[in-house]
Design a protein. Structure first.
Length: 115
């Protein structure tokens, strides 16, 4: 059983930056997990924002390409999402996700971008 805890959310002005972090515990094979960040805005479906494979390959939602960067630190069992040039439409609850055979979710962290 993998536990995921997100941190780093908050309120920021448009154009600002935030760095989200997700700490994983409960597994000694974190490096094998594919890790993702999802987000869900009020009244909208949850969407995949960024993904990093166990091998380090990344992909992004088109609307965040060039602004967001996902990275992982297998030695510390963490995954980060660096978010720059934030826009009001980035406002959402951001969730960390881990997938190998089973899928695990964190509790989410609120990101609010004010114009």
């Amino acid at each position: 059983q993998v536990q995921l805890v997100e941190s780093g959310g908050g309120l920021v002005l448009a154009g600002g930056s935030l760095r989200l972090s997700c700490a994983a515990s409960g597994s000694n094979i974190f490096s094998m997990y594919h890790m993702s960040w999802y987000r869900q805005a009020p009244g909208k479906q949850r969407e995949l924002v960024a993904h990093i494979t166990s091998g380090g390959t990344t992909n992004y939602l088109d609307s965040v390409k060039g602004r967001f960067t996902i990275s992982r630190n297998n030695a510390e069992n963490t995954v980060q999402l660096q978010m720059n040039s934030l826009k009001p439409e980035d406002t959402a609850v951001y969730y960390c996700n881990a997938f190998l055979v089973s899928q695990y979710w964190g509790q989410g962290t609120q990101v609010t971008v004010s114009s």
